[in-house]
Design a protein around this ligand. Structure first.
Ligand code: 3HC
Ligand code: NAI
Length: 694
């Protein structure tokens, strides 16, 4: 049963019991209404308490029911709330831990609300591309005031119950046992007698409501450019202010039903569940025992090693940082301190926080100091010989059971594991640069990686606030393997007729934070050059444009050399189109006998994004990624794929796999068409009207 009904000393207690977070799915809603009816029909009952079992009062509507018939099946949440309001006996909502979304709306339908301190109170629907759909935009302003309600609804951010203690949201804050406090309150309410108050009858009072609403609109103009929900939240609140409760409620409902169908809301819900699904691994049950991780070792204090160390220092774990030479070690430590000091300047850390963190680092030149580490992460030069040397030494000194991780981005993890006598303890932890900032962590599961090692690293990732996605072993893992195909298409389009600025602009308009050429200038064009040189050797049959090699031969490695695909003025990062580069591109096409043509923005975007999709499909076929949502999480958190499109695989689902396949076959007929053999998975889904994300 999703709802439990008991009577405690003349008070009916309706306990929401629908783990994990008492989502208000159909059976829960039905249980509440039945409980209210039963209590009202029972002469032995004088009041009603609604309380949540487990770790929440309620996390809100059951998101998994959205876009299914159950969502609209009676009793809907609106009907449940009406039943609460209509109850002749007083209804008290007793809130602990979490009252969010529909959960808070349910409580706002009760006559009274009591809460323990520390409960998270929120209307977070906007984060799912929605607005509160069961009266939240109308009732919350009536109890916490217009400005607080606008802030809460438009941001979706939780506020602690004690911060709202002085508002009409709560009738009482309970210290101690919540149920006892609620029962005692319920008796007092029954003693006072009815009619009991309803939030809907309160007024929204504000001396400058129109001004506040206008300012709220201005404040989201940029951030909500691609998301309709924040504007609708404001519109619905405004409607209630201007036209009263009932009209506001009807308008809110209309907006909710429209928003739930939008691609933006689907994308945000996909990301919500995708993030949680990424931590679930089919053959590694959630109760797999994990190893204790209390001391961290990091080898290499360069760009990545320093950032990796910061993650653990921030989480309160001590880090031993090893380098081969004192000056490199000093440089690494200085950089970490500088990064922290920059956060102090921005007001994100105090000087005391910095000193605490710095005190947790133990710099060393000796492997013996890593002997007690529970996890050692290697971030040395990307050369197999160097990695071999490191892992052989680690194998000698690391304690039994220590996890040995590599941050390699291109080398074969199984080969690295074979340098040790304990390949089961070896795993890839592929951080993204800057490692202390980027959310994504690709966790690379080697052929022999032990299950408990994988479970431990996935759990640790949560502690350091990363979105961890498991990848099998292959060149580039999930993210970089796909991006290579995207860049390959971008280079083909240069020789066919486009210029870097046009390609970047087209895909930035699509929503990427940075186009491929600006990105490459930032990362360093020499990195891609090194990868291509290896490809030419290892896969000579693979067709590549050599146009980027030409750029590197000109010494244009990007921002670090002051020139790349673009020109850069000294000390500035603005990408200025370069006549020299554009001339080189046109000359290159001519030399190759290619007749340049105008390429439209639509083609640019389609070729770049579908190149990701096709490689993503192959990655799924090979089992490198377990599910399409994992690929989407990699792209949303590591490659700035536009959130409102939900990732490349959801995007493909949205436009339809038949359209995807048709486009690929069209491009296969054009120049450089050999890159466009649709993955088998694409063809199968196109034929079966299927989707990557079921
Ligand atoms: N519906 C269905 N499942 C939900 C859910 C919901 N509203 N909220 C959380 N869950 C599930 C999660 O998917 C997860 O499932 P899993 O264990 O199978 O992966 C499980 O509950 C636990 O979630 P978390 O891992 O996020 O647990 P935390 O303890 O870290 O956080 C939480 C709990 C704060 C409630 C967080 O889950 C959260 O923010 N949930 C979303 C809340 C929300 O957006 N509510 C609004 C829903 S829309 C609505 O109410 C519409 C209404 O206005 C009509
Ligand atoms: P880096 O050159 O900035 O740093 C490497 C550091 O390792 C240097 O400080 C060097 O002195 C040290 N080092 C070299 N050999 C060593 C050894 N035997 N023992 C101890 N220290 C040693 O390189 P970066 O960029 O930090 O890359 C490190 C690793 O991270 C590479 O495997 C790279 O592929 C990977 N990576 C890099 C990313 C990036 O964006 N830079 C992103 C993701 C992974």
């Amino acid at each position: 049963m999703a709802v439990d009904y008991t009577i405690r000393g003349g008070v009916a207690v309706i306990t929401l019991d629908n783990p994990p977070v008492n989502g208000l799915g159909h059976s829960t809603r039905l249980g509440i209404v039945e409980g209210i009816e039963r209590a009202n029909g029972d002469d032995g009952v004088r009041a009603i308490v609604i309380i949540g079992a487990g770790k929440a009062f309620s996390g809100g509507a059951d998101i998994t029911e959205f876009n299914t018939p159950k969502a609209s099946q009676e009793p809907t949440l609106m009907t449940v709330i009406k039943a609460l309001e209509a109850s002749a006996k007083p209804v008290v909502a007793a809130i602990h831990a979490v009252a969010m979304g529909g959960g808070l709306e349910l409580a706002l339908g009760a006559h009274y609300r009591v809460a323990v301190p520390g409960a998270q109170i929120a209307l977070p629907e906007v984060k799912l591309g929605l607005l509160p759909g069961a009266g939240g935009t109308q009732r919350l302003p009536r109890v916490v005031g217009l400005e607080t309600a606008l802030n809460m609804i438009v941001s979706g951010t939780p506020v602690l119950s004690e911060k709202l203690a002085q508002t009409a949201l709560f009738d009482e804050l309970v210290d101690g046992d919540l149920l006892q406090g609620a029962l005692s309150f319920a008796h007092r309410a029954a003693d006072r007698g009815g009619p009991h108050p309803q939030v809907r009858d309160r007024e929204i009072e504000h001396p400058d409501a129109a001004g506040v609403i206008e300012r709220a609109r201005e404040s989201i103009a940029v951030s909500a450019r691609h998301f309709p929900a924040p504007r609708k939240c404001i519109d619905a609140i405004e409607k209630g202010v201007k036209d009263g409760f009932e009209r506001g409620l009807a308008f809110e409902r209309e907006c909710f039903l429209a928003l739930v169908q939008t691609p933006e809301s689907r994308a945000l819900r996909h990301a919500f569940f995708g993030e949680r699904a990424a931590s679930k691994i089919a053959d590694v049950p959630s109760n797999t025992p994990v190893r204790k991780i209390e001391r961290i070792g990091v080898i290499g204090a360069g760009t990545m090693g320093g950032g990796i160390a910061m993650n653990f220092l921030n989480a309160g774990l001590p880090v031993t940082l090893l380098e081969t030479k004192q000056d490199a070690l000093d440089r690494g430590i200085t950089t970490i301190r500088r990064n922290y000091e920059a956060q102090v300047k921005k007001g994100r850390l105090t000087q005391e926080n910095v000193e605490e963190r710095m005190a947790r680092i133990a710099p060393t030149l000796s492997y013996a100091d890593l002997a007690q580490a529970d996890l050692v992460i290697e971030a040395v030069f990307e050369e197999l010989g160097v990695k071999e040397n490191v892992f052989r030494q680690l194998d000698e000194i690391a304690k039994p059971g220590a996890i040995l991780a590599s941050n390699t981005s291109t080398l074969n993890l199984d080969t690295i594991a074979s340098f040790t006598k304990r390949p089961g303890d070896v795993i890839g932890m592929h951080f993204f640069s800057p490692a202390n900032v980027m959310k994504l962590l690709e966790v690379v599961r080697g052929e022999k990686t032990a299950k408990d090692v994988l479970a431990t690293v996935m759990q640790l990732a949560k502690k350091i606030r990363k979105t961890a996605v498991v990848s099998g072993v292959c060149d580039g893992f999930i993210g970089n393997r796909m991006i290579e195909q995207y860049i390959r298409q971008a280079l083909f389009m240069l020789e066919e007729g486009a210029l870097p600025a046009q390609i970047d602009r087209a895909v930035e308009d699509f929503g990427f934070a940075m186009g491929p050429f600006r990105m490459s200038d930032l990362a360093g064009n020499d990195i891609g050059w090194a990868i291509r040189k290896r490809r030419y050797r290892e896969q000579p049959e693979l067709h590549y444009s050599r146009i980027a090699d030409r750029l590197c031969e000109m010494g244009r490695f990007g921002q670090k050399t002051g020139a790349g695909w673009y020109d850069y003025e000294p000390g500035k990062r603005d990408a200025l189109p370069s006549k020299e580069v554009d001339d080189m591109i046109v000359a290159y096409s001519k030399e190759r006998g290619i007749e340049r043509r105008a390429i439209g923005d639509e083609e640019i975007v389609e070729r770049l994004v579908l190149a990701l999709v096709n490689e993503g499909a192959k990655i799924l076929e090979e089992g490198i990624a377990a599910k399409a949502s994992d690929i989407d999480m990699v792209y949303l958190t590591g490659y700035s794929f536009p959130l409102w499109r939900g990732g490349p695989m959801l995007y493909a689902d949205t436009i339809g796999l038949d359209n995807v396949e048709r486009a690929m076959r069209k491009y296969a007929q054009q120049a450089n068409g050999d890159a466009w053999r649709p993955a088998a998975r694409v063809t199968v889904l196109a034929q079966s009207n299927g989707r990557f994300n079921d």
